[in-house]
Design a protein around this ligand. Structure first.
Ligand code: GLU
Length: 454
């Protein structure tokens, strides 16, 4: 059986860390098994769904490399949901209720105060046709609930193992609101049936829904797909996701310079028995994917770990991969492989390369502020700068000569030279930097430094 999975975000906001993980796990499983990945847009809530959010979701998934094989919108399928609702009504599984939200709230509080679970009491099932007519004559519109069997619903979850939901301890779920609009519960089942979804992979917060949804699958004459419910993400401190992390969007991570692959390496491995390490690409993650590796404990999302993964992905990025991105930065079209290989190990995020492009390929630097002493020192160092081509040994030979002539050593010797030549206090090895910068610019920077007003 070829697996077919779906990622089903609601376009009521941006994709954030939690739902990217759901998207990624679905995608990895589909690719690992040669299956099909469907992007379903859950936009039955027409008030809160926007075209902009939907486009944002598509852009984010594309940026992450999570391509889909099929896609559709729930808002294009209302006729199908009406037909399914009619089928459930006919089977006596969908019944109209007239309680207002306030009434339901009051009953919930009473039940709780008496130590009973706040489960809907099914009072509406006792209404006669004339009761209903009378209520509707008052102007009340019904909402519709699915009548649960009251028995146990069981399944073997691919992550959580054997599961059992006692439907007598759950309220009959509302499937259709007073205004006739559908809540998520039933359309999702109808879509999963019609699209032949084989596996529903989603967050643990949907486990209780699964009890009701499995009964809806069966009431519609279908069979429930396999289920996999992922443990939720928590913060590095073991608490729930912080406000920042809970709402951390793909767009924000992207703006912070995080590589899509770093996000995938972290979220694909978090809470699994595999180590969290950089991988060459999404397909490598897919080949390593297995539901058996996913633990049941909440997965800790640590931003420091994301930063480390990001740095190691940048550090091992080949020049072929870097070149088109360098070309979009100032002087980047001049960058060569020796430049990239000298610099990449110093970058935390790719865009950190920008100042180094200017140092190597740009004409002038702002230049550091120097003490009078350092200006004199710069003049001496400029005089001692060797003639001819700069090679990898030039830096050592030159600084030896400067050391002998000036008596300076250690930091006092190297730091002003590094600052003058690169405008930075730390960075790649100076022997390689000097080769990249070249004799002409190096000499010019030293001479400028010697002349600069303090
Ligand atoms: N739109 C639902 C959500 O984002 C989909 C849940 C599911 O995968 O069934 O929670």
């Amino acid at each position: 059986m070829t697996p077919k999975v779906r990622f089903a975000p609601s376009p009521t906001g941006k994709l954030h860390v939690g739902n990217i993980r759901t998207a990624l796990i679905n995608w990895l499983f589909a690719r690992a098994e040669g299956g099909v990945f469907v992007l379903r847009i859950d936009d039955t809530d027409t008030e809160r769904s926007t075209a902009e959010n939907e486009q944002g979701i598509r852009d984010d998934l594309t940026w992450l490399g999570l391509n889909w094989d099929e896609t559709f919108r729930q808002s294009d399928r209302f006729a199908r949901y009406e037909a399914a609702a009619a089928q459930l009504r006919e089977a006596g599984r969908l019944y109209p209720c007239y309680e207002t939200a306030d009434e339901l709230d009051r009953r919930r509080k009473i039940a709780l105060s008496r130590g009973r679970p706040p489960v809907y009491d099914r009072a509406a099932l006792a209404l006669s046709a004339s009761d209903r007519k009378a209520l509707e004559a008052e102007g009340r519109r019904p909402h519709w609930r699915f009548r649960l069997s009251g028995g146990a619903v069981t399944w073997t979850d691919l992550v959580r193992g054997p599961q059992s939901i006692d439907t007598s301890s759950v309220s009959d779920p509302i499937l259709i609101r007073e205004d006739g609009s559908f809540l998520y519960t039933m359309p999702s089942v109808v879509d999963d049936v019609d699209a032949d979804i084989t596996h529903v992979v989603r967050g643990e917060d949907h486990v209780t829904n699964s009890g009701a949804q499995i009964e809806i699958f069966e009431a519609l004459g279908g069979r429930a797909p396999q289920m996999a419910h992922m443990p939720l993400l928590i913060g590095a401190d073991g608490q729930g996701l912080s406000k920042r992390l809970g709402s951390l969007s793909v767009q924000q991570l992207r703006a912070e310079g995080v590589e899509p692959l770093a996000i995938a390496c972290l979220l694909g491995k978090l809470g699994t028995s595999d180590p969290i390490e950089a991988r060459s690409g999404l397909m490598e993650l897919a080949r390593e994917f297995s539901f058996l590796k996913i633990g049941r404990a909440p997965a800790r999302f640590d931003e420091a770990e994301l930063a480390n993964l990001n740095a190691s992905i940048v550090h091992s990025m080949s020049f072929e991969v870097a070149a088109p991105r360098l070309a979009r930065l100032a002087y980047g079209d001049q960058a060569r492989a020796d430049f990239w290989e000298a610099i990449r190990g110093n970058l935390s995020v790719f865009s950190d390369v920008a100042p180094w492009l200017a140092v190597v390929y740009g004409a002038g630097l702002v230049g550091p502020e120097l003490s009078d002493e350092d200006r004199v020192f710069a003049a001496q160092a400029a005089d001692l700068f060797p003639a001819g081509e700069v090679g990898l040994s030039t830096w050592r030979e030159w600084t030896e000569a400067v050391k002998t002539a000036t008596g300076r050593k250690g930091k006092g010797l190297f730091m002003p030279l590094r600052r003058i030549l690169t405008d930075a206090e730390s960075g790649p090895e100076m022997d390689r930097m000097l080769v990249l910068i070249g004799a002409e610019k190096a000499r010019f920077r030293l001479e400028q430094a010697a002349l600069r007003q303090g």
